[in-house]
Write a protein that binds this ligand. Structure first.
Ligand SMILES: NC(=O)c1ccc[n+]([C@@H]2O[C@H](COP(=O)([O-])OP(=O)(O)OC[C@H]3O[C@@H](n4cnc5c(N)ncnc54)[C@H](O)[C@@H]3O)[C@@H](O)[C@H]2O)c1
Length: 341
């Protein structure tokens, strides 16, 4: 039985508490939050769970095996480091930390102590994203041409992170998992429409060594909600619409063929292939349940996780590079060394 302490019971924390509580081999023994009303909510729903306003109560309890951290991003490093130093396994909410240096130090600490460190990259655990990865990795899409995503709505304006760290983190974690290859450079532009607040709209472009390009559009100030991703290759194209109740993924057997050599552009002919579309059957299940299951398996059987510490660090490096580029009106930032290390 893995005894879990959850730090942070705001918007997302309750989902984690519920999903860990549903595992037969885990038990949530502690929940902490700074706000008394949130602790009262825990006490009324889970009377057997201990509550505290101090994270130290959880971290210092020898009867706690693992700590789940669902607090604002700026607190991730400090809380994660304290938990690891106390010998606890850590599941961190996305993103792993607010700088690559902090993310790296968390990885080192976990490695040195032989502790599990995982990030809640929730989308990686959805059947839809797992299907896209399977198609891409099996070569069903052919040579990968582009990754294009839009994640916009009238969203909650965060005050400690810009829209990239809040929304693009999802797309970067999906891209990391699906493509299995890392960009070499990042360019981002964006703006804050509320003075003194972080950027609420951003356009992020990533370049790869191959003929692959990725683009992400994220926005807290849109009148409609869109959650759409296109992954396109030379053989097939996939459209993932997360707002579709069923048929979230559609695979199109569409594309082009080029006749004639590149030597003579006048003779070159583009042919269009418009084949069938199919919507693969997807398993049903809450992604966060799979996240909780994976974390316990990582602790108990060391079963590899697709959102382990290194995956968390790769995503934070891209977010950091994008934020740097955005501060310089889109100047490309190389991430070659980061990808190699
Ligand atoms: N995986 C997802 O899909 C998903 C969705 C939403 C949020 N998140 C992530 O979850 C985290 C929390 O986001 P949220 O929307 O729940 O924020 P929130 O502000 O609603 O909740 C955070 C809670 O943490 C508490 N807190 C802050 N510092 C604390 C401390 N030192 N000890 C104990 N409690 C503390 C606050 O009182 C608050 O109740 C963020 O990292 C966010 O990115 C992930």
């Amino acid at each position: 039985m893995i005894r879990v302490g959850v730090i942070g019971y705001g918007y997302w924390g309750p989902n984690l508490v519920r999903n860990f509580g549903e595992l037969p081999d885990a038990r949530v023994t502690w929940v902490t939050d700074l706000r008394a009303e949130r602790l009262a909510a825990v006490a009324s729903r889970y009377p057997a769970t201990k509550v505290s306003a101090s994270h130290a109560d959880v971290i210092n309890d020898p009867d706690v095996d693992a700590v789940v951290i669902a607090t604002p991003v700026r607190t991730h490093f400090e809380l994660g480091m304290a938990a690891l130093r106390a010998g606890k396994h850590v599941l961190m909410e996305k993103p792993l930390a607010s700088t690559a240096e902090h993310a790296s130090r968390l990885l080192d600490e976990a490695d040195r102590r032989g502790l599990a460190l995982m990030v809640d990259h929730t989308f990686v655990y959805t059947p839809a994203v797992q299907k896209i990865r399977q198609l891409a990795q099996a070569g069903e899409l052919g040579e990968l041409y582009y990754y294009d995503s839009v994640r916009i709505n009238l969203g909650l304006f965060q005050h400690d992170v810009n829209v990239l760290w809040d929304l693009a983190v999802h797309d970067l974690s999906i891209m990391d998992f699906v493509l299995g290859t890392q960009p070499v450079a990042v360019s981002a532009t964006g703006l804050a429409h509320v003075s003194g607040r972080p950027e609420n709209i951003a356009y992020l472009t990533m370049f790869f060594e191959s003929r692959l390009i990725a683009h992400m559009h994220v926005n807290w100030l849109a009148p409609v909600k869109i959650r759409r991703t296109l992954v396109s290759g030379s053989r097939r194209m996939v459209v993932f619409d997360d707002l579709e109740a069923s048929e979230k993924i559609k695979v199109y057997d569409r594309g082009i063929s080029v006749d004639g050599g590149p030597g003579d552009v006048d003779l070159m002919r583009i042919g269009y292939r418009t084949g069938d579309m199919w919507a693969p059957q997807l398993a049903i299940g809450e992604a966060l349940h799979a996240v909780a299951r994976q974390f316990v398996d990582l602790i108990v059987t060391k079963s590899p996780s697709p959102s382990d510490g290194p995956a968390g660090l790769r995503v934070v490096r891209l977010l950091e590079a994008a934020t740097e580029s955005m501060a310089n009106q889109g100047r490309p930032v190389s991430v070659v060394d980061a990808a190699a290390s």
